[in-house]
Design a protein around this ligand. Sequence first.
Ligand code: MOS
Length: 704
Amino acid sequence: MTELHPQPIRARAMGTSLARVDGLEKVTGTASYAADQRAPGSTGPLWCWLVTSTTARGRVTSIDRTETLAHPGVVAVLDHTDAPRLADTANGELAILQDDRIGFRGQIVALVLAETPEAAREGARLLRVEQAEEPFEAELREDNATYRPDKVNPAKETDTEQGDVDGALASSDVVLEQTYRTAYEHNNPLEPHATTAWWGEEDGRETLTMYDASQGVHGVVAALAPMLGLDKEQIRVMAPYVGGGFGSKGEAHAHVMAAALAARTTGGRPVRVVMTRQQMFALAGYRTATISHFRLGAGPDGRLTAIEHRAQEQTSRLREFAEQTASPTRMMYAAPNRRTSHRLAVLDVAVPSWMRAPGEMPGMFAHEVAMDELAEACGLDPIELRRRNEPSADPETDLPFDTRRLLECLDRGAARFGWQGRPAEPRATRDGEWWVGTGVASATYPAMRMPGNVARVESLEDGCYAVSIGSVDIGTGARTVLTQIAADALGVGPDCIDLRIADTALPMATVAGGSTGTSSWGSAIVAAAQAFRAEHGELPTPGLSVEASAVRGDEAERFSFHSFGAVFAEVRVHADTGELRVPRLLGVYNVGRVVNPTTARSQFLGGLVMGLSAALFEESVRDPRLGHVVTQDLATYHVASHADVLGVEAEWLDDETPVFTPMGSRGIGEIGIVGTSAAIANAAHHATGVRVRQIPMTADMFLT
Ligand code: MOS
């Protein structure tokens, strides 16, 4: 395999709105998702129902299977007494059915296998699971979030300190001190989590094959192999189509292990697990609630002297996940004195995980509402306040940004949105029964490239190429943009690229997460294309093949890589009922080159809508007396629907960053959700004069 520092490629297919290469399969219903896949054998798969604890902490004392096994269609029950043993149980989320301990309400305590999903579900209902409950703690509070993790996701410093924050605050003309809160949220992709698994044998060794609704097939293998006592080569995972994830399919969750363990007991017959929507509220990860304590110090001109962001959030006793809530605060605005910290409550709850812009989304809600409050305190327009605090280099590292066109995003957005002439005072505009206001917030998201990606280029007939990489398209359009990148890297049209993805039989690829996919996989594809051309020229005979990975130079030591954006919102608040409407939402982004305007716009609009949804609706209500989320369906966990989304628009600056990737692109999956709920909160304040420092914002908060 070749390692190559890929050179920038010329955009021909890149930048065009190539229609989704898998569009036909999707709209005609022939795209097969993890639960649709045919598995080997003549009988079809056994259906596996997940039986979960009704106790937040304690022990399983007995399980009576009599009625379950008597139910027609039920084939077997597995629990901690007879499930296959794992070789490694360090991952407390995945190490299910290994002992009688219960770590959270909703944890898997048994599996029922049956010929039909209905029989499996009824068998699960008939299972008598006795549990001994122990005292537990399931509530995040300011006074119990005191644990200091070693690192926050993804391996960032927990605390940072620069200069003398307390001294600067004591001598600042303007000091803002406020606390901001964001709610628990559940990812809720359209496709529920599902796995079809079967064991076999090859060359005298056991094999495990799975179709899994996953954002990263290679990551599933890496997580499961050591636990099952297998080499990675013994497991194959495929995810040809995935119906969204928003981070919840970024890592294997316990149901994947359930499918693997159950299938190990069936003599080779495939086993299928499909989570219910309700189970997704306990078993598929979620966004922790956050509490952000902000202190901002500024001169009378609005120039920041000090920024302090102390974040509180939660993790699970079973497995640590520490979200990077305060990390955007470290690089967003100039200020000589800065402090950030993260403290966690360690609770008897399900393990929190990634949800679209973990850290940046809740952290920037707090920071951008705080900036709006500071602008008001200084008597400045909020855009002008940001202009005065624009750093000349990354405030945390002192490295120059490769491009940071935040002010252009703000100015471009202001012009398009009609910001000029906006009343400086809140509660100034009334339209019939509605108070009307506008708000703005900045957005940012780090640009990251993951190491370890490998791509393969093979020459086909007619001067065309097969391009292979084991990455997953979770609905973002990755299949399409990678086709465009491969076409430009090989100097052929997109029609001439046969792109093969979503299978661990293909070369190593990292997760579709952290907005890293296009940057990481695309760079590997460009490296493989350039290695192929160097070795075999431009007119190769068919059947030649080259594998390569993209190495980076020292650019990460020379530049700070982030994307930026500006979000504008118009909010109307009903004077009598407090009802909120968002008639206009606009995001303007600086994200490097946009590889496909159609799929990019969908990502931005989706992010903006998800930010609107967080601002007004999304909240997983956790009952601390039971330890679990009671809003565990889409009737009680409200997600923005069509009727809530009125005018939403996105655009981007013409840009490219060849120093970051050979495509000149950065990454766009998450930035759309960042800042959006702050822009809406700021607009709601401008409309009504009521400052709400938490999301979701509900009507009662505006009844004055
Ligand atoms: Mo995204 S939350 O990084 O899958």
